[in-house]
Design a protein around this ligand. Structure first.
Ligand code: ZN
Length: 332
């Protein structure tokens, strides 16, 4: 455990304190810090005690196996390293949509070799978040070209504090940065596929790309869709609840009834689930806006449980109802 990460843990704990509105015991916090400070690698058991999105997702990646699921045609999805990773396998090599968390590198390499013993040619970062870009280093060292929207590349060069994760992200090494930048859209022929990259406009962040494999009819949405889960929304990185809703509308319009949709998090799904998800976002956005307009504070809005109808379906994951309400409140 590095000093920097230990410091981040302190911030993370402070932020969690604010998010939950409950008081953590200083002694408990200190013990946690001491344990983390003396270890080279935090064992999953320690991380598993954490209850912020950042810590939970890292803990899951550290302890999780990589699950390989064929999707359709030459497209496969790998689960278990932060966000979902879509793989297109072709004669020229492999194209990855997102790179996962670096701690999973060895497990991901093994999984990729099980798909094809081909080099990784391209990695498309759907957005800048570490659970999609932390693996850029190892895939770049394997020779892959990293593709992303220009705002994603910008954020990866910045120091950004994301308070809801309690983490300050620092610029990634220059060699791990995307070198092929996308503006609004670009199509690439690769592996017998037409790979369509489209910029959503501001959504989950301000650099989200959708990736559509036209022949396989498979759409990868990045974190504009979290199937079965409330989403995180990165306001510091240019996202908003209204941007998320607009992105869901784009996902629906890009999908036909047979399209298989790979979300940023959660299992693959279909258009009908995109429609349900958009409707959920709209309903909660409207309810939270009403409460805020009526003068309710953020705590009063959370207490009013505006997500109650949806919590059993979407509130069991890493983004709990209270955090999601706080994220929506910020944008209405
Ligand atoms: Zn994200």
């Amino acid at each position: 455990m590095s000093f920097a990460r230990t410091t981040d843990w302190l911030h993370l704990s402070e932020e969690l304190y604010m998010i939950k509105g409950t008081k953590w015991k200083t002694a408990t916090l200190s013990r946690t810090l001491i344990v983390l400070a003396v270890m080279d690698t935090a064992p999953p058991a320690v991380w598993a005690q954490a209850s912020t999105p950042y810590a939970q997702i890292n803990a899951e990646a550290a302890s999780s196996a990589i699950t390989v699921k064929p999707v359709r045609g030459s497209v496969t999805v790998l689960e278990g390293s932060g966000g979902n990773i879509a793989i297109l396998s072709g004669a020229e090599g492999l194209l990855m949509v997102d790179a996962g968390i670096a701690v999973s590198a060895a497990k991901l390499e093994t999984a990729l070799q099980g798909i094809a013993s081909s080099p990784i040619k391209y990695v498309i970062n759907t957005h800048w978040h570490w659970d999609h870009t932390d693996g850029n280093g190892w895939v770049h060292r394997k020779g892959a070209t990293i593709i992303a929207h220009e705002n994603t590349a910008k954020h990866l060069r910045e120091t950004i504090r994301v308070s809801e994760w309690g983490h300050t992200f620092t610029p990634i090494p220059a060699g791990d940065l995307p070198t092929r930048l996308i503006g609004r859209s670009e199509d690439v022929a690769f592996g017998g596929e037409t790979v369509r990259m489209r910029y959503y406009g501001p959504a989950h962040t301000d650099g989200d790309l959708s990736i559509y494999f036209a022949n396989a009819d498979v759409l990868a949405t990045g974190d504009t869709w979290w199937n079965g889960l409330y989403p995180f929304i990165d306001y510091v990185g240019g996202g908003s609840i209204n941007g998320m809703i607009n992105a869901m509308k784009a996902n629906i319009s890009m999908s036909g009834d047979q399209t298989i949709v790979i979300p940023g998090h959660g299992p693959i799904g279909k258009k009908i689930e995109l429609v349900e998800y958009r409707d959920m976002l709209v309903a909660i956005r409207d309810r939270v806006a009403e409460l805020k307009k009526a003068g309710k504070t953020i705590d009063e809005t959370i207490a009013a449980a505006p997500t109650a109808l949806y919590d059993s379906k979407y509130g069991q994951g890493v983004i709990k109802p209270a955090l999601f309400v706080a994220l929506v409140y910020r944008g209405v």
